[in-house]
Design a protein around this ligand. Structure first.
Ligand code: NAD
Ligand code: DAU
Length: 367
């Protein structure tokens, strides 16, 4: 048959492997998870279910799209009967659930999509797993990927641990908190084998430039204003996206059913300090005079309900599952800057069309 396998042959082979449904695999973190699993685990069959919203982009996965153990499925997790039929047809035995509406500012502007995808979409997947796994449950796993934002906002000196009470404060974080509760409810009530992780802010390649780091890099490159919310004093804990994908790998394979793991970089930055670092790096990379990019910094109206500080204590994951971040922030940020500069085509394709409408609505015409 040579190297090209027929669809039937592909399906037959797929039935002999671990069949993992990854949702949201065309997005930022999802694409790193898909790449990692397709590449490292040729014995697993990876199905990437993604609606391809503005945030989903198959160009993120060009390097693995032809792999034998990979299949892309375009579909919406909010469509319950569709999700059920997919489970019945493809017999997934594992789920890594990342699909979500993920941007806080969009959730403030338009919360309903967040309720639908993040809550209803998650329950649809839980229900389909419950209905289809039955007696095979011991072999199965529903892994829900969540955020540290469910814990709310921290004062100086505190850290989020797994037992920190939930206190979500935006429609985005409330929808993610709700989905976390539902995942735990399916474990407690039906015994569904689940694991949850709550991660801090990710950065790295292929992130949609509505999020701080790629937005700032793109604006500096194009000599556009850098919009800093409030006084730029909010603090975030940044983790390289490939380290998050590594943590998801470790938790998927070794995490205890019913447990939650916090994932973070122990790498806190005030927004304004981080933006200044990016300005300095970009001055060098673009051959501009020192201080040139920082002139673009513009303080704008604060985000409504803006959480002051997030910081993760990931010692449970480090102690129990032996995970740790693989690189220092300076190295990760340098790699990230280089990637965006080298991938102008990617940036141009994701910032065309509806991006301009979003940008104008969110920031006014401040270019
Ligand atoms: P993203 O917005 O880049 O990607 C989300 C993906 O989900 C996109 O490919 C999109 O097309 C898909 N999607 C959206 N609605 C869908 C639907 N109804 N049906 C099917 N697919 C749909 O998000 P991200 O930043 O990669 O985040 C992925 C997950 O990780 C989310 O659950 C998010 O809450 C969580 N998380 C993100 C961060 C972060 O810093 N970005 C940190 C912690 C946790
Ligand atoms: O903590 C994990 C969360 O991190 C994830 O769950 C979310 O999906 C992800 O979007 C991210 O949320 P944040 O709101 O922290 O990320 P964002 O990149 O939108 O903003 C980071 C900080 O920068 C925040 O304090 C707001 C500020 N900011 C952001 C933008 C887009 C600005 O000052 N100006 C901006 O233009």
């Amino acid at each position: 048959m040579g190297m090209v396998r027929s669809i039937r042959e592909k399906k037959r082979l797929a039935l002999t492997k671990k069949r993992i449904l990854i949702t949201g695999g065309a997005g930022f973190i999802g694409s790193h998870v898909v790449r990692r699993f397709v590449t490292l685990y040729p014995d697993y069959q990876i199905y990437n279910l993604d609606k391809l919203t503005y945030a989903g982009n198959l160009e993120n996965l060009l390097d693995v799209e032809a792999a034998d153990n990979y299949e892309f499925i375009k579909g919406d997790i909010v469509d319950r009967s569709y999700v059920n039929s997919l489970f019945a047809d493809l017999k997934f035995d594992h789920v890594i659930h990342l699909a979500a509406e993920s941007h806080v500012d969009r959730s403030i502007e338009s919360p309903m999509e967040f309720i639908e995808t993040n809550i209803i979409g998650t329950v649809n997947l839980l229900e389909a797993a419950r209905m289809n796994w039955g007696d095979n449950e011991a072999e199965c796993l529903f892994y829900h990927v969540s955020t540290d934002e469910v814990y709310g906002s921290l004062e100086q000196g505190e850290l989020f641990v797994e037992s920190t009470s939930y206190d979500p404060r935006s429609p985005y974080s409330a929808s993610k908190a709700s989905s976390d509760h539902l995942v735990r409810a399916y474990h407690n009530t039906y015994g569904l084998p689940v694991v949850i992780s709550n991660c801090s802010n990710n950065y790295g390649s292929h992130q949609f430039p509505e999020k701080l780091i790629p937005l700032v890099l793109n604006n500096i490159k194009n000599e556009m204003e850098i919009p800093v919310y409030g006084k730029g004093e909010n603090v975030r804990d940044w983790l390289f996206v490939e380290d998050h994908a590594g943590a998801i790998d470790v938790i998927f394979h070794n995490g205890q059913r019913g447990e939650t793991y916090n994932v973070g970089g122990s790498n806190e930055w005030k927004n304004i300090d981080l933006i200044n670092v990016m300005c300095n790096i970009m001055d060098e990379k673009m051959g501009r005079a020192k201080g040139e990019s920082a002139k673009l910094i513009t303080f704008v109206k604060d985000r409504a309900g803006h959480d002051l500080r997030y910081a993760i204590d990931s010692s449970k994951l480090q102690r129990d599952l032996k995970w740790k971040p693989s690189l220092q922030f300076e190295e990760g940020l340098a790699k990230t800057v280089d990637w965006y500069l080298a991938n102008e085509k990617w940036m141009n394709s994701v910032t065309s069309g509806s991006y301009n409408d979003y940008y104008e609505k969110q920031y006014g015409d401040s270019r």
